[in-house]
Design a protein around this ligand. Structure first.
Ligand SMILES: [Zn+2]
Length: 293
C-alpha cells in the first residue's frame, strides 16, 4: 500500500505561504499530498499595504485580522496550517538601522527557536520540507531566521539524541529553498508583458540586476503548476491587509503568466534519497522510497 506523502512549507509571516510556492502546494494537495504550512510569526509588525484596508479599526486589530486572513488563505489552498508562536521582528528601516524589538523572532537563539519546529516535524512527519535560502529570499530578519530555524530543525528532528522530550525522531528526506525570482523568470515575464502591449514594472528591476546575484543557476527543480496560479492569486487576495487587489500584479493577464513561466522553482539542498537533477517533482526519489517501506 502506498504511504501517504507529506509536505511541510515553513514561512515567516501570514501571507508568505501565498506568495512563495503557493501554486506548488495547491498542486500537491490536488494530488492527495498532505500539506502543512508552518507560520513562524503572527505578522504583528506588518504594515497595511492595501489602501482600502488602511483604517484605524484595522490597525487596532491587526493581529486578529491577520489570523482570520490566514484562515481564509489556508482554506483556499486546501492546506493545514500551524503557528510557531513567535513575534514578528518588523522590517527595520533607516540609517543606521534601529535595533530589533526585544523578544522578537529574529533575536531568539536558533537552537531554542527550532525546538517547536522539531516537535511539529516529529508530529506531522513530512517527507519534504521547503523554506527560504540563507538570504531569506528577501532580507527581512524574520525570513533569514526562518531559514536558520528550518535548517536546524531538519537536522535535529531525526536525531534521537536531540530533544528526546519532543516526540519520536523523524528524518525528513529532502530540503528545498524556494527560488522565487531568477533573472530568467523576470526577463520572460517582462518580455511577455511588453509583447502584450502593457507597461512592464520589471524594466528598472532588470536594469539594476547587475547589482544582485542571479539565483537562476541555483534552480534544481521546476514544478509545473500554472494550472494553480489562479488558486495562488485567490489565496493572496485573502490576505487583504497585505495585498492591494488593484496592484499591478493582478493586472497581468493570467494566461500570459501561465505561458511565460509555468513553473515554481526550487533549489534542492539536502537529499537522503536518490533523485537525479534537474527534477520536476519535490517528491522525486521519495515516492519510490516511501512506497518501498
Ligand atoms: Zn514575510
Amino acid at each position: 500500500m502506498a504511504e501517504q506523502l507529506r509536505l511541510m512549507a515553513v514561512h515567516a509571516h501570514p501571507d508568505d505561504e501565498s506568495s512563495k510556492g503557493a501554486a506548488t502546494m495547491a498542486k500537491y494537495v490536488a494530488e492527495g499530498v498532505d500539506v502543512l504550512v508552518v507560520t513562524c510569526t503572527g505578522g504583528e509588525r506588518g504594515s497595511v499595504l492595501n489602501p482600502k484596508m488602511d483604517r484605524p479599526e484595522v490597525w487596532a486589530n491587526i493581529g486578529e485580522i491577520r489570523r482570520a486572513e490566514m484562515d481564509a488563505a489556508r482554506a483556499i489552498l486546501g492546506v493545514e496550517q500551524a503557528w510557531l508562536g513567535f513575534v514578528d521582528s518588523g522590517l527595520p528601516e533607516g540609517d543606521p538601522l534601529p535595533p530589533l524589538p526585544e523578544g522578537c523572532f529574529a533575536l531568539q537563539d536558533v537552537e531554542v527557536a527550532a525546538a517547536p519546529l522539531v516537535r511539529l516535524i516529529r508530529k506531522f512527519r513530512p517527507h519534504v520540507i521547503t523554506t527560504y535560502d540563507e538570504e531569506g529570499g528577501y532580507p527581512h530578519p524574520d525570513h533569514i531566521m526562518t531559514h536558520k530555524v528550518t535548517v536546524a530543525a531538519f537536522e535535529a528532528a531525526g536525531d534521537p539524541e536531540r530533544h528526546p522530550d519532543l516526540g519520536e525522531p523523524w528524518q525528513p528526506l529532502k530540503l528545498y529553498y524556494d527560488i522565487g525570482f531568477s533573472r530568467g523568470k523576470i526577463l520572460a515575464l517582462h518580455e511577455a508583458i511588453l509583447a502584450a502591449g502593457i507597461a512592464s514594472p520589471y524594466e528598472q528591476w532588470l536594469e539594476r540586476w547587475e547589482e544582485r546575484p542571479d539565483k537562476g543557476p541555483r534552480i534544481t527543480t521546476r514544478v509545473e503548476c500554472a494550472e494553480y496560479f489562479p488558486v495562488r492569486d485567490d489565496a493572496l487576495r485573502a490576505h487583504a491587509t497585505q495585498i492591494d487587489p488593484d496592484g499591478f500584479w493582478f493586472q497581468v493577464p493570467m494566461e500570459l503568466q501561465q505561458r511565460a513561466w509555468p513553473t515554481e522553482d526550487f533549489q534542492l539542498v539536502r537529499s537522503l534519497v536518490d533523485s537525479p537533477l534537474p527534477e520536476s517533482d519535490l517528491f522525486a526519489g521519495v515516492r519510490e522510497t516511501a512506497h518501498a517501506r
